[in-house]
Design a protein around this ligand. Structure first.
Ligand code: C5P
Length: 237
């Protein structure tokens, strides 16, 4: 079970995957009656640097800065320091032990999330890269290591959240992208592979779900958000 004290308005983190600060602000204004947690990723950060991050924080929203830092430990450490003390709640990193250690040492007021395996990465990709084992094994191994090294949490698909919660305990924050509104039907044109519904992810142990296109491309984002929040609250199960 995930942390039950998290308010419903913070369960869904809306991914602001848009090209300009104006588009991001317009999307936030559509959603903010229901959602107070937003993700700024590479696309928007390249377009607006910290402008949108600061705007969100000033507006009283929580921010997940999803830049997935991955570089030599010293560079990651210096990059994490750039994000400290700006009001950002979550920042994401990738990597092996020295990279994670460097990020943890520099994290200040941030909560650091280690990316386990991208939700767009499936078993076929493992085989193509000559990797043995399953995606689930790799996610578990990386999550356990991230926790041991002092990370606050991990980003993992909803398919693995249950095992991580059960075997790694309550302390680990689990943030789950790859959320789709319907049942687990894979759209062949969708780059996400390991998908679940918002309710199933939270029920399985995720603390937050990250949702991008199902909300940002919806004709009526609030209707999608309300459906997901009902699902999370258990009303639709
Ligand atoms: O549009 P969609 O709901 O698939 O967006 C998911 C968001 O979550 C994207 O911003 C993507 O960068 C992010 N993400 C992910 N898988 C991860 C980490 C982050 O899909 N492991």
């Amino acid at each position: 079970m995930s942390n039950t004290t998290i308010p419903l308005s913070e369960r869904i983190i809306v991914a602001l995957d848009v090209n300009t600060p104006d588009e991001a602000k317009a999307l936030v204004k559509k959603c903010e009656s229901h959602v107070s947690f937003y993700k700024v990723g590479l696309q928007l950060f390249m377009a607006s640097w910290f402008t949108t991050v600061d705007w969100l924080v000033d507006r009283g929203h929580k921010v997940m800065l999803d830049l997935k830092f991955f570089d030599i430990p010293e560079t990651v450490k210096l990059a994490v320091e750039q994000v400290n003390n700006r009001g950002v709640t979550f920042a994401t990193i990738h990597g092996n032990d020295p990279i994670i250690r460097a990020a943890v040492a520099a994290r200040g007021d941030l909560q650091l999330l280690a990316v386990t395996v991208l939700t767009s990465f499936g078993e076929d990709d493992m085989r193509a890269m000559g990797m043995t084992g399953t995606v689930a094994d790799l996610v578990y191994f990386r999550a356990k290591r991230a926790l041991e090294l002092g990370c606050d949490g991990v980003v993992s698909s909803g398919l693995e959240a249950k095992k991580l919660r059960r075997d790694l305990g309550e302390k680990l924050l689990i943030v789950t992208p790859g959320i789709r509104p319907g049942a687990n039907i894979c759209d062949p044109d969708d780059d996400q592979q390991r998908i679940v519904t918002a309710g199933r992810a939270i029920e399985g142990g995720a603390d937050h779900v990250v949702v991008g296109r199902p909300i940002s491309r919806a004709a009526d984002p609030i209707r999608v958000i309300e459906e997901m929040q009902r699902d999370i609250s258990g009303l639709d199960r």
